[in-house]
Design a protein around this ligand. Structure first.
Ligand code: ZN
Length: 326
């Protein structure tokens, strides 16, 4: 068995809403901000829902049966984390550390694929300060309007957010977030809002945030390209040092061959049938799974979109990746 279907874990957030219902997830509150759809982290974990590993968590399988994932050192943690975020309200203005700066096993380089957005939705990406002194001064003065780069967004937009990038998703954005497996956030500003569950402002970490923010902000150049694979349009959205992301727009029967030790799949629209080794999986929007080592050939059919992510192989040239490195 090489397909692990996964049960997401839902997290309430001050800025969350109810739009994750559209993925057929059971929301217990009207403030669900995050579905951790592929996770093996101490703050959230996916559980297998099919086959002989049913009921096991992704963390257990990774630790106890490394061969399923192509093998890894005992101390190595599962490196990726995929979430769906419903920003009913703005997230805090924040930044994340890189691998060297993080007290966790990984830094937090992330990416957003915009699944949906309200008509005037926007997000904050990068800042306008030219040097650290200017950034520090504007942050001390809470001169957010002078610092924030505001970007209007719509469905289908993609952003690469390397560690050290000043950012926040804005109200109205529904996003698939593919990132390193880390939960370390340093907040600059939280819009002075009171958390109803504690009656307090959420803590800020301004000093840590200033220390890891890259100055000046430079937009990464994404070398995106598209090709056909059978009846599927494959778009390579990102090749970065930490992960690579493909979007598969399935428009009929298409044959594939898995090349990597394991790949993460998130069905974001439509209905798709996956056939592999005489087994058939009826997939729909909101389904998430991992294909393990030795999957080999498989077929996708139907009409829908799937995001596929994997750890970038060493064979990808360093030169190709250098422009994206932290
Ligand atoms: Zn973030």
């Amino acid at each position: 068995m090489t397909v692990l279907m996964l049960q997401p874990e839902l997290h309430n957030k001050i800025w969350g809403g109810t739009r994750l219902k559209q993925f057929d997830y059971d929301l217990a509150t009207d403030h669900v901000g995050e579905a951790w759809v592929i996770a093996a982290h101490s703050n959230g974990v996916s559980t297998v829902t099919n086959g002989k590993y049913r009921g096991r968590t992704l963390t257990q399988l990774w630790d106890e049966q490394p061969e399923l994932f192509g093998g890894h050192d005992a101390h190595q943690a599962f490196p990726l984390l995929v979430k769906i975020l419903d920003a009913h309200d703005n997230l805090s203005i924040q930044v994340h550390p890189n691998d060297k700066q993080s007290s966790e096993k990984f830094g937090k380089t992330e990416s957003w694929y915009i699944l949906d957005a309200t008509p005037n939705a926007k997000l904050y990406y990068g800042h306008l300060a030219q040097n650290k002194a200017e950034l520090t001064k504007q942050v001390e003065n809470k001169a957010w309007d002078k610092l924030l780069r505001t970007i209007p967004v719509q469905k289908g937009d993609f952003f690469y957010v390397p560690a050290g990038t000043f950012h926040a998703l804005g109200a109205g954005v529904l996003a698939l977030e593919i990132q390193q497996s880390s939960d370390t956030t340093y907040r600059f500003y939280d819009f002075d809002r009171v958390d109803a569950t504690t009656n307090k402002l959420r803590p800020l970490q301004v000093e840590e945030a200033l220390a890891v923010t890259k100055v000046p902000h430079v937009d990464p150049i994404l070398n995106q390209r598209t090709r056909m694979q059978g009846n599927t349009i494959m778009t390579r959205l990102l090749t970065s040092p930490k992960f690579t992301i493909d979007k598969l727009s399935v428009r009929g029967t298409s044959h594939f061959n898995q090349h990597h030790p394991y790949e993460l799949f998130n069905v974001i629209t439509g209905k798709i049938t996956l056939t592999h080794d005489d087994e058939t999986y009826d997939l729909k929007k909101g389904d998430n799974f991992i294909m393990l080592k030795d999957t080999g050939n498989y077929t996708l059919d139907g009409k829908g979109d799937i995001m596929v992510s994997f750890v970038t192989p060493d064979s990808y040239s360093n030169q190709e990746l250098a422009y994206l490195d932290n």
